[in-house]
Design a protein around this ligand. Structure first.
Ligand SMILES: CC(C)(COP(=O)(O)OP(=O)(O)OC[C@H]1O[C@@H](n2cnc3c(N)ncnc32)[C@H](O)[C@@H]1OP(=O)(O)O)[C@@H](O)C(=O)NCCC(=O)NCCS
Length: 185
């Protein structure tokens, strides 16, 4: 098991800490931010319990989602969080990302995912990275396509959440595709 610490130009991707609570709560309590995600808005107490549940988790455990903070190194505060899960076959990973409404459209999600892909493909023996997004989540769809992810699945009304049936796209990237990807650092 290892403590993840990915450094990109403007971000440090590292375990969540209790000192992140206020910045984490600001966006995790915003229904616009959580609209397309499998979780509901959080109270301050729920946000604190969530950080507590994550702070000692490590990269490398099969079938376990681990949430990491995206720390803006200039401001020394988190601007969002991301999650990585290794599958039962630990050469396959799933990822997810959330950027605070206060910090969107500044390139943080793109920079973070490039950092995560480079870590998974270049430093770890990962063969394939997947992300599932709500089909109505245009921002995420455009983000993944701008990163060169391949849309390979469209699941129609496969998930009931937030009061209605939702459809999802599955995106993926293989290690050999990343090798030739223009976003690769
Ligand atoms: C999707 C999300 C992570 C994007 O984060 P972000 O830091 O604002 O994204 P970036 O600034 O890195 O944008 C990179 C590219 O993605 C696309 N994009 C991002 N947000 C967009 C939006 N609101 N509308 C259209 N395109 C968007 C654009 O192509 C953008 O490039 P550009 O700014 O040069 O046009 C953010 O909107 C978010 O957290 N949303 C709520 C949570 C969520 O739905 N997460 C995904 C589910 S796992």
């Amino acid at each position: 098991m290892e403590t993840l610490n990915i450094q990109t130009q403007n971000l440090k991707i590292r375990n969540l800490r209790m000192t992140d609570l206020q910045d984490f709560f600001v966006y995790r309590s915003n229904p616009e931010v959580t609209k397309y995600q499998g979780f509901e808005v959080m109270s301050l107490e729920q946000a604190a319990a969530f950080i507590d549940s994550q702070k000692d988790k490590h990269f490398g455990e099969p079938e376990e989602w681990v949430q990491y903070g995206l720390e803006n190194v200039q401001k020394q505060q988190i601007v969002g969080d991301c999650a990585i899960k290794l599958h039962q076959d630990t050469r396959v990973a799933s990822i997810g990302i959330t950027v605070s409404h206060l910090s969107q459209r500044q390139g943080f999600a793109k920079e973070a995912i490039i950092g995560i892909l480079d870590f998974l493909f270049s430093q770890k023996e990962i063969h394939r990275v997947e992300e599932i997004v709500d089909a109505e989540n245009t921002a995420s769809v455009l983000l993944l396509e701008s990163l060169g992810f391949r849309q390979e699945g469209y699941f129609i009304e496969n998930i009931f959440f937030k009061g209605k049936w939702g459809s999802e796209y599955q995106y993926a990237m293989l290690r050999r595709e990343w090798t030739k990807n223009p976003n690769k650092p």
